[in-house]
Design a protein around this ligand. Structure first.
Ligand code: FE2
Length: 253
């Protein structure tokens, strides 16, 4: 099964620049590239920060462009999103009993769990007890098949102080929950605006650059510095015995 992972669009108003770049133009190029090369993908998963300031116009633009791909698109929220405004644009989005935007998707490769780490009013992420109730129930329900988790905030430090300082709270509780059934095969996240991969508590993980600006590769400062490194999306192949993640710099096609 092939899927496309895209993250951190940070859309603003049409024609407006963000950090000296045009988020809409860059997302359009992304959509065009996916349309040319990956119309056979099972779906696109977007791991948050769809909008930079959580404005309704940004979600409308996002909806319009992503619809052009012709593929199913599954989204979760990042620290730049505003849950209520997102739900105004996508009123049929699945929410849990507490109103958090958390979704499970059955695929041929297993179950995708898209979770909500947005903490209102903060750039840090949260996975509180209320949210964990949903995750625990889903892991119990799907204990007999592979599970893939998608989230905005990474649930561990990346050795990037500027990102780690706005990481996920409740890291240990989250790790304990994922370990319940030992059937989580891979973790996809955004937030870092950098391509990286590795292994955490027996689970492989990957992230990638955003479609607009990136974060400087700085292992010392806790202050975010942005960069104009090219955007990318990831092409992910999920098979029974392997997962392969390709990152594609579509801006240099
Ligand atoms: Fe972001």
């Amino acid at each position: 099964m092939k899927i496309i992972h895209v993250t951190d669009m940070h859309l603003v108003k049409a024609g407006e620049l963000l950090h000296g770049l045009d988020p809409l133009q860059r997302l359009q190029a992304c959509v065009d590239s996916i349309g040319r090369a990956h119309s056979d993908a099972h779906c696109i998963v977007v791991t948050g920060d769809l909008a930079d300031r959580g404005e309704i116009e940004s979600y409308q633009l996002f909806d319009k462009l992503m619809t052009e791909t012709g593929l199913p698109v599954y989204c979760l929220l990042g620290n730049h999103d505003i849950r209520k405004v997102y739900l105004d644009q996508f009123p049929t989005a699945e929410v849990d009993a507490h109103g958090f935007v958390q979704t499970s998707v059955q695929t041929p490769a297993g179950v995708f769990l898209l979770i909500d780490t947005l903490l209102d009013g903060s750039h840090s992420g949260s996975y509180c007890e209320k949210k964990q109730q949903w995750l625990k129930a889903k892991l119990d329900q799907h204990h007999d098949q592979p599970v893939f988790v998608f989230m905005h905030h990474p649930p561990f430090d990346l050795h990037l102080p500027c990102i780690d300082s706005i990481g996920l709270e409740e890291k240990q509780a989250f790790a304990d929950t994922l370990a319940t059934h030992n059937n989580v095969r891979h973790l996809f996240f955004g937030h870092a605006h950098r391509a990286l991969c590795g292994h955490w508590k027996g689970i492989s993980f990957s992230s990638l650059r955003g479609t607009n600006h990136q974060v400087q590769l700085d292992f010392k400062s806790d202050k975010i510095s942005y960069s104009h490194e090219d955007p990318e999306y990831a092409v992910v192949f999920i098979d029974e015995d392997q997962i392969v993640v390709h990152t594609h710099n579509y801006f240099s096609e």
